[in-house]
Design a protein around this ligand. Structure first.
Ligand code: GDP
Ligand code: MG
Length: 439
């Protein structure tokens, strides 16, 4: 996936400007890429349509950095589709909070029960009780008991000869007696969705009234994950999803389709077999992963940074050569209003890198706007040579910029002082920084 997209975006970057054809081309690549990542076909279709609507037209075409914007739009849309923010676990207002697991065999239910216990103990001082309701394989009960032992968490089990619903009933009773604040029910799975299993899960649900029904899905199962999630959700009305085995080499396309098809939030991701390998699900991080765009975004950031650094370097040199003029000042204003690299600029000046005063320079956008208006009212000659600015020129500039004459005077004076000060500081002579651009 990432390779495809990188290719598509590399194309965009080289051209610099994005035409509608470019957008169409990119969307075709994105569609193929998502399909290759096993994202559900219908989901891909909707997604691409969404992104195209957002990308075609002014938003992208008018932009100075179109490739950047397309990447951002794709990334934002992916994030949005997956739910924007992390969704916490439901918690009952009275104990116990009941969490019920569901999912196919081997998806990672039992492992996740253990991980969740640990997570809740670490983050919520929980005292959970685990209920072993997978009665079809003796090994399943042993597995849960081993995990319980390891974490020092009690496990309620009645062996394999009892109806799972009855086990849950008695387990709940024990939790009530022991005042456990969480009950986590481990359930059986099958190789595929079958009606007997769904009925059993339904019965457990009816008895336990879980606050949370977590569907555990193996992220490595690709396209199939979508159907599984759909099937379970239709029967059980799940409340959330845990996507496991993301430590594998899957790109996580399942996350996108599951969320899109069920509308239910992915709450956690499993990233390994160990008990601490459970993480809260963050849609933006998953978007990066699905796109394989982490490197690309870093690259764009870096390119931006290099550009700014180069500008700052040039500025610093000008200051040292005392050739800083109002054009540079304008550039500087622009930079400050964009991203505040005044500090960066000052850091480029030898000896000033760690001067705390450099961090104290701030200007409001309004001030910057006024200053820019004044500079815009200067002639090119005046901008390059501030010495030309006699009183009559200053009056003309005041009228042109709509700012009072005293303000124009003050600005020019500040500019001259700043220039002098920057020049002195560049020679290792500090002091009086605070007044630099202040009023
Ligand atoms: P269940 O049948 O749904 O209860 O699945 P299990 O919890 O028994 O897990 C099946 C296998 O997947 C076990 O070998 C687990 O160790 C493994 N497993 C579960 N979650 C993860 C995960 O996030 N990453 C990896 N690498 N393995 C996992
Ligand atoms: Mg199990």
């Amino acid at each position: 996936l990432s390779e495809r997209l990188q290719k598509a975006f590399a194309g965009l970057r080289r051209k610099g400007k994005v035409t509608e054809d470019d957008v169409r081309e990119a969307m075709r690549e994105i569609r193929l890429a998502l399909l290759e990542a096993d994202v559900n076909f219908g989901v891909v279709k909707d997604f691409v349509k969404d992104v195209r609507e957002k990308a075609v037209g002014a938003e992208v075409l008018d932009s100075l950095t179109p490739a950047q914007q397309i990447i951002k739009i794709v990334n934002d849309e992916l994030t949005k589709t997956m739910g924007e923010t992390a969704v916490p676990l439901n918690k009952s207002p009275h104990i116990p909070t009941v969490i019920m697991m569901a999912g196919l065999q081997g998806a990672g239910k039992t492992t996740t029960v253990g991980k969740l216990s640990k997570y809740l103990m670490d983050n919520d001082h929980a005292r959970p009780l685990l209920i072993a309701a997978d009665v079809y394989r003796p090994a399943a009960i042993e597995q849960l008991k081993t995990i319980g032992n390891q974490l020092n968490v009690p496990v309620f089990d009645m062996g394999t000869d009892v109806d799972p619903v009855e086990i849950v009933r008695q387990g709940m009773a024990q939790a009530a007696l022991q005042k456990n604040d969480y009950v986590i029910i481990d359930t059986a799975g099958r190789l595929q969705i079958d009606d007997a299993l769904m009925t059993e899960l339904d019965n457990i649900k009816a008895l336990a009234h879980p606050d949370e029904i977590l569907l555990v899905v193996d992220s490595m199962t690709g396209q199939a994950a979508t159907d599984v999630a759909k099937g379970f959700n239709e029967r059980l009305d799940i409340t959330g999803v845990v996507l496991t085995k993301l430590d594998g080499d899957t790109r996580g396309g399942a996350a996108l389709s599951i969320r899109a098809v069920t509308g239910k939030p992915i709450k956690f991701v499993g990233q390994g077999e160990k008990m601490d390998a459970l993480d809260v699900f963050y849609p933006d991080r998953m978007a990066n992963r699905i796109l394989g765009m982490g490197d690309m975004l870093t690259l764009i950031d870096k390119a931006q940074q290099n550009y700014d650094e180069k500008q700052a370097q040039e500025m610093a040199e000008k200051i040292q050569q005392n050739s800083f003029d109002f054009n540079d000042f304008l550039d500087q204003m622009d930079q400050i209003s964009n991203m505040g690299p005044m500090e960066d600029l000052l850091k480029m000046i030898p000896g000033l890198a760690n001067n705390p005063a450099a961090a104290n320079i701030q200007m409001s956008p309004k001030d910057i706007g006024h200053m820019k208006a004044i500079v815009y009212s200067m002639t090119p000659a005046e901008r390059v040579n501030p010495d030309l600015l006699n009183p009559s020129r200053r009056r003309r500039i005041a009228a042109g910029s709509g700012r009072p004459v005293p303000e124009v005077n003050r600005m020019i004076k500040q500019f001259n002082q700043s220039k002098k000060m920057m020049n002195q500081m560049s020679k290792g002579n500090f002091g009086g920084m605070e007044g630099m651009f202040g009023n």
